[in-house]
Design a protein around this ligand. Structure first.
Ligand SMILES: C[S@@+](CC[C@H](N)C(=O)[O-])C[C@H]1O[C@@H](n2cnc3c(N)ncnc32)[C@H](O)[C@@H]1O
Length: 305
């Protein structure tokens, strides 16, 4: 049995974007490196691109792009790393939105109105997770980093009726935004939500040998500075042949930004942790890996031993 650790207001504050939201839609295209373009569209000005660029660069880029590019997919701050915004829109409109379950659409639309909507998993990544879970016949899963529950719902819909998800987040309020939709979809019974920081809970599970090798799939989408700490514990908790998915492993493309790139403070801060994680996973012989440019980058690790 796993205990519950309550989060403090300071922990909750840590998890939130620091910039103030704005209501004006804005689409930006930033060339950080001669070969890499980062595209961003969001109804609020404090979006992911603002993680990457200094405030004084924004006005001129926004002015240029407002004239040349229409605003698109404003319903979620999009985190795709595709070079072509039109191509990403094509994927969403052709393969993702027409097949998106009604409940996921509803949750996506509700989340889009939330000030921290940038944190949500994108619809294409939600579709990817849903299919992946079915492909590996996952039944017992864990999610670290729930927010309003978009990836959680995509997981819950993929699992069999008796499937289980241990869902961990330091903030229950955001989960409760999505909960009525999850309940309406008839999958809430699969979810065991625990409010609190994930690490102490993982430590308790690692101490309990019954938890070892018990998860078919674990999705990690929370505090990037803890990913390596999570990995040390999750490797015991996922079963051999099971999969851990680490989200945001391309960190908005900032990983390859030149040293003098005007990155937002916290993008620069977390970038080093993501770089360390990627390096560590690349040489970890206990897993085989595949880093996919879906959403903001997801690295799948299949446990070998
Ligand atoms: C990017 S959001 C998760 C998005 C979510 N997967 C979705 O589909 O919308 C990151 C979440 O991690 C949570 N978080 C941050 N630090 C955490 C920690 N130490 N333990 C558990 N959750 C944490 C935040 O409260 C936030 O809800």
């Amino acid at each position: 049995m796993v205990g519950q650790v309550k989060s403090t207001p300071a922990m909750k504050a840590q998890a939130l974007p620091t910039e103030a939201p704005s209501t004006s839609p804005l689409r930006l295209t930033l060339n950080i490196n001669p070969s890499i373009y980062i595209h961003y569209t969001s109804p609020f000005i404090s979006g992911s691109l603002l993680h990457l660029i200094a405030p004084n660069s924004l006005a001129s880029m926004a002015a240029v792009n407002r004239e040349t590019q229409p605003a698109k997919h404003q319903e979620v701050g999009h985190k795709s790393l595709l070079q072509s915004d039109a191509l990403y829109q094509y994927i969403l409109e052709t393969s993702v939105y027409p097949r998106e379950p009604q409940a996921m659409k509803e949750l996506r639309e509700v989340t889009a109105k939330h000030p921290w909507n940038l944190m949500t998993t994108s619809a294409d990544e939600g579709q990817f997770l849903n299919l992946l879970l079915k492909l590996i016949n996952a039944k017992n899963t864990m999610e670290i980093g729930v927010y309003t529950g978009y990836s959680l719902l995509s997981t819950a819909l993929a699992l069999p009726e008796d499937g289980k998800i241990l869902a961990l987040d330091i903030n229950r309020e955001n989960y409760e935004i999505g909960l009525p939709i999850i309940e309406k979809a008839g999958v809430a019974h699969k979810i065991d939500f625990r409010e609190g920081p994930a690490l102490p809970l993982l430590d308790q599970m690692v101490e309990d040998v019954k938890c070892h090798g018990s998860f078919d799939f674990i999705f990690v989408d929370a505090d990037k500075d803890n990913y390596l700490n999570y990995h040390q514990r999750l490797i015991d908790l996922v079963k051999i042949g099971g999969v851990i998915g680490y989200d945001n492993t391309l960190w908005n493309g900032s990983l390859v930004a030149p040293p003098d790139a005007p990155l937002r403070k916290y993008v620069r801060y977390y970038r080093d942790f993501v770089l360390e994680l990627n390096k560590a996973l690349a040489v970890d012989s206990r897993v085989e890996i595949c880093q996919l440019p879906v959403g903001d980058g997801i690295t799948l690790c299949r446990r070998l031993s």
